[in-house]
Design a binder for this molecule. Structure first.
Ligand code: ZN
Length: 489
């Protein structure tokens, strides 16, 4: 389920790429002159040596097998603490379960911390499993060939652990005058979202990581035909909730069927629910997203994006856009996907019950109770029971697009990647950032390594690999963002 959660993030990007990108090409190539962009003050200087060093940390981290389950993130946490110790930075291991630890370190700006100003750099150290026989290299050997680092976690998310580490260490080495605390956090158990995950750190050790701002995975620098086309910054995400459906009847011999066959009732209910389209609910982030995208789209699509809020043509525009791209559809409304259907055990027996699961993805702000009420009315069958599962996602407010931090991310990434558009978005999949947002953290998703669709598709798949040039670029970008945001200059 959590794998799905993350796959959805990746899949969203893939859709984003497939559906949007063909039209971006021409626009971007004309924009490479960077008109009007001020240069970032070079607080960190040339980062190529640092990136080379960070690449070594990344290789070492990939070699530490943190497949979750069981995780064994403690080994990675100790490694990170060791790297920090060489810099004279004290890191603390937070033990969450046997063999499972997070690692946290802090660079202080003042003797008394002001959590509301602090910046949290968060990345997870666990990885999903591999089907070894399908890999062309050993996924835990840290193989470098053809300009790539190959291995599980080389992108998701050890590239971020290493890049965050580099940005953090650059502050220390540069003796940067900090205007806020900067906190490095390597988490465990993100892929299973279990008891050793960020959820537990927030519940038990909040004071160790309390921050007003955070950078996490969830965003992307998209490449097509060898060129960066846009930077997507995740500022919001949908909320996943499962609802169990069940039907119970008398059952009996299939030679004498009656009207109360639970298979028939459940099938009918699932059919209605599967074809239901919830009404549109545009959040402020999604409005900004379409606004930013409209100038980059072909004339026809752009025309519809510009009128989504108008009373006369808005409704039609939303229908056109929903039909054009499943991700756009999902960004506009609650979606419901029936995912499990179980009934029967023998060909000549009518079973006494049947079960299904529907996975709901709520737009933040919508509530599952209201939606389920609508579905009950739609199904209109007393035999169908709805059971909302408690282990749902977190309904969090958006991160603001008006913060200085968001403005800085936009400025630095635009500079770094040739003036391409920087577009905020709401991911249709879930990340750990929702929990941070619930604690008043302005959390943004950004993986500043330019990647194409082919490489993104390897995440959670076979032969995951990171272009080394993209990693160096990511280290540079991350270091500049962090240094500029947290320095008195
Ligand atoms: Zn991840």
């Amino acid at each position: 389920m959590v794998r799905l959660r993350n796959c959805f993030v990746i899949f969203s990007f893939f859709l984003f790429a497939i559906f949007l990108i063909p039209n971006l090409n021409a626009q971007v190539s004309q924009k490479s002159a960077l008109p009007g962009l001020p240069q970032t003050a070079s607080l960190v200087g040339n980062t190529s040596a640092l990136a080379q060093e960070a690449q070594g940390w990344l290789v070492d981290l990939v070699k530490i097998n943190t497949t979750n389950p069981p995780g064994n993130e403690q080994a990675a946490a100790k490694y990170v603490a060791g790297v920090l110790a060489k810099e004279g930075i004290n890191a603390e291991l937070i033990d969450l379960a046997p063999g499972r630890s997070a690692v946290v370190a802090r660079l202080r700006s003042t003797a008394v911390a002001d959590p509301s100003k602090a910046l949290l750099l968060v990345a997870h150290m666990d990885v999903v499993g591999v089907e070894r026989t399908r890999w062309s290299v050993d996924p835990f050997a840290g193989v470098i060939k053809d300009g790539y680092l190959w291995g599980r976690g080389s992108i998701d998310d050890k590239s971020m652990v290493a890049a965050n580490l580099a940005a953090f260490i650059a502050l220390k080495r540069g003796a940067v005058h900090l205007n806020r605390d900067v906190i490095f956090l390597g988490t465990a158990d993100e892929e299973q979202f279990g008891d050793a995950s960020l959820r537990m750190i927030i519940a038990k050790y909040w004071d160790k990581i309390a921050a007003g701002y955070a950078l996490n995975e969830g965003g992307q620098v998209m490449v097509r035909n060898g060129k960066v086309e846009y930077v997507g910054v995740q500022a919001s995400e949908k909320v996943s909730v499962n609802v169990n459906l069940s039907a119970t009847g008398k059952g009996g011999h299939s030679s004498t069927p009656t009207k109360d066959n639970p298979v028939v009732h459940l099938a009918s209910a699932v059919e209605k629910i599967g074809n239901y389209t919830a009404s549109v609910h545009l959040t402020s982030i999604v409005r900004r997203y379409f606004e930013a995208l409209a100038p980059l789209e072909d004339e026809e699509t752009s025309k519809w994006m510009r009128v989504i809020d108008t009373p006369d043509r808005g409704e039609h525009a939303l229908r056109v856009l929903s039909d054009q791209n499943p991700m756009w559809n999902s960004m506009m409304r609650d979606t419901i996907a029936p995912t499990v259907f179980q009934a029967g055990f023998r060909a000549n027996v009518i079973p006494t019950d049947a079960h299904a699961v529907i996975n709901v993805r709520l737009v933040p702000g919508d509530t599952i109770d209201l939606l389920v009420n609508d579905l009950k009315k739609l199904v209109n069958d007393p035999m169908i029971k709805f059971d909302i599962q408690p282990e749902g996602g977190f309904a969090a407010p958006n991160s603001s697009l008006e913060t200085d931090f968001y403005a800085l991310i936009t400025k630095v990434t635009a500079q770094e990647f040739g003036g391409v558009p920087v577009i905020p978005f709401m991911s249709t999949g879930a990340t750990d950032s929702a929990q941070l947002r619930l604690h008043n953290v302005q959390a943004y998703g950004l993986r500043p390594m330019p990647l194409n669709e082919a490489d993104l598709m390897r995440v959670h798949g076979d032969d995951e690999r990171l272009p080394l040039a993209a990693f160096a670029k990511g280290v540079d970008c991350m270091t500049r963002i962090v240094a500029e945001f947290s320095s008195n200059h």
